[in-house]
Design a protein around this ligand. Structure first.
Ligand SMILES: [Zn+2]
Ligand SMILES: [Zn+2]
Ligand SMILES: [Zn+2]
Length: 278
């Protein structure tokens, strides 16, 4: 079986509809559930059927079910391992469900950076998970790839506001294709642009479409690349570039199709449920 990467979620940390928001886009997503998006997450199904989930989001149970169904083993509801990219809430809160109050997993391997592991060990309830043997933390660092069931998973650091931890992007290299996944970055530095341009497929941070979309907040405090500019910076990529981690304010999610900007050829919006061969 060829390994595949499955898109299990494509929204920013607050989800879509966004927690606590009644804007037109969120209202439409509540009315029409097909518009709703889970929090950004990808699942790897390896050549031998092993499953690796990237990030434990607030939507973790539904995403674990989706990955189990994809693997043809709907009763094996937990992934075989997790990678955590960073400690912003959309990316690790689901980990809490592995604890005694809920799943009570046994030694589930969790791969993350040294700073992420230190954060988990220094704070409760996360520290309980390792103390009680519910998870086993393993180091994932740039330059030390993880070999997972026929796929090489390379980690790289992305520039992203690091209140508590650093942030990882990932590159998946299967027998046929190479896919870059970078859900969170304040901007795309030259080395990352080169990596994205050279991939067969890139799933990249598309949080905001443009700089004026958070009128009541200082957007500089939650920096992300703007899609409108990324399509210029990332032009000429070898493979397709799909935007993920979309904020509810992003014009690409507007319920009125006339107000959804068109993207240039080669670019698109990541769709949940899509499966990409590696
Ligand atoms: Zn995020
Ligand atoms: Zn909203
Ligand atoms: Zn983040």
């Amino acid at each position: 079986m060829a390994p595949v990467l499955s898109l299990l979620g494509t929204a920013q940390d607050g989800g879509f509809p966004h927690a606590g928001c009644a804007c037109a886009a969120c209202a439409a997503a509540r009315r029409e559930p097909r518009r709703a998006r889970r929090v950004a997450c990808v699942g790897l199904l390896g050549a031998g059927g092993r499953r690796l989930m990237v990030d434990a989001t607030p939507d973790f149970p539904a995403q674990a079910e989706a990955l189990a169904a994809l693997g043809g083993a709907p009763d094996r509801l937990l992934p075989d391992a997790l990678v955590l990219t960073h400690a912003h809430i959309g990316h690790y809160l689901g980990l809490a469900l592995l604890g005694r109050e809920a799943i009570s997993s046994r030694g589930l391997p969790v791969y993350c950076t040294r700073s992420m592991a230190a954060f988990l060990r220094a704070n409760r309830p996360w520290a309980h998970l390792e103390e009680r043997g519910e998870v086993a933390l393993h180091l994932l660092a740039p330059g030390a790839p993880l070999e997972f069931d026929g796929v090489r998973v390379d980690a790289f650091l992305t520039p992203h506001r690091g209140e508590d931890t650093d942030t990882l992007g990932l590159e998946f290299r299967g027998p046929r294709r190479r896919v870059v996944y970078c859900s969170d970055a304040d901007y795309f530095p030259a080395a990352l642009v080169a990596r994205i341009r050279d991939a067969d497929l890139a799933l990249v941070d598309g949080t905001f479409y443009d700089r004026d979309e958070l009128p009541h907040r200082d957007i500089a405090q939650v920096r992300h690349p703007f899609v409108r500019e990324s399509v210029v910076h990332l032009a000429g990529a070898r493979g397709r570039v799909l935007f993920t981690h979309l904020n509810h304010t992003n014009a690409l999610l507007h319920p009125d199709p006339a107000r959804v900007p068109a993207l240039p050829p080669g670019f698109g919006v990541a769709a949940e449920g899509d499966v990409h061969a590696l």
